[in-house]
Design a protein around this ligand. Sequence first.
Ligand code: PMP
Length: 396
Amino acid sequence: MFEHIERVPGDAILGLIEAFKKDTNPQKVDLGVGVYKDAQGNTPVMRAVKEAEALLLKNETTKTYIGSHGDPRYAEVVLPMVLGQQGSAVLEAKRASATQAPGGTGALRLAADFISAQLPGKGIWVSDPTWPNHHGIFTAAGIKLNKYPYVDAENRLDFSGMLAAVQQIPAGDVIVLHACCHNPTGFDLDRDQWQQILEVVRERNLLPLIDFAYQGFGEGLEEDAYGVRLMAENLDEVIITSSCSKNFGIYCERTGCLIMVAKNQEQMENVRSQVAIVARENYSNPPAHGGAIVSEILHSAELAAIWREELTEMRDRINTLRRDFVAALKPYGLDAKYACVAEQRGMFSYTGLEPQQVDRLRDEFGIYMVRSGRANVAGFSHENLPYLAKAIAAVN
Ligand code: PMP
């Protein structure tokens, strides 16, 4: 039965991790993986998370199923985190539904299956480039995937190209937008650009699906939600996939949420009932622990304050490293060439390094990143920046 099955190459990033592990260069630098790292190169458990887990362990009374939509206490805190703490018109109108999911990936798969089942025939449009798993998830759900441009030949945000392409998207199709910290490029839309996209989306009656995987990693918890809230408040229908993997550092707990915004409460309840079916068919109930951690933290003023401080520390570290990277290249006259790294946001950067330069950095200097030139900025450190700058100068 299995004789004809071909082996496919593994994920390029996993291959990179293996190669990095084997490299004996003492100065080697890993800029490939997709997780936050602190100054020591670790991905630690946040203090607020540890404290919440201690409370959960002490107070837990059951491990019974939590239902297809997950824990309502988790939804209660995630909805205002995403849509606004105070006076969210969307929440007041009760037109948003939250379904806990196994990570942002699980939420995206729910969205994809919902679109496939309830809105058949709609095409979906993603930025070129986008997080590669977008291609896999939407294609697996049988949705036709199309691309709109996002980066120009000079490694800048190609907003005019994007806007022109969005104006041509067939009415009624789905457009995937990254709320902030665009993966893989780090180029985000500014407020005026969000407004322009909103107008086209409204004109063409498109359905936005906003992937919100890095809330708090760009400019701040509230600032990063600007585009999401603008769309939700001004459109009848929006799909949002939120992830707590990065901002709570609970990658392996698989914690995310599908938020469906509908025209009114009645339609929201209808949509919600269909999302429950999609969840049930995929995995029945989401894993409980990660949602319980987030809920425990955000229901406690004290733990929430600790968490916000830790999140701010991560964000500030990344943004400082971005500026220091460009400063380290100044002695080599390369600061203007790589200035985009300081302007981008989030964990990833399209550095503008060419594939041949990436290969040389790996082979000659033990510096590992994806061949597209995407670097994980959290892999920079004040210790390795001088070495990185020297190596980049050598391949330029
Ligand atoms: N969307 C984007 C853009 C991402 O970068 C990621 C994680 N790399 C996800 C979604 C999925 O996140 P999670 O780990 O919560 O499934």
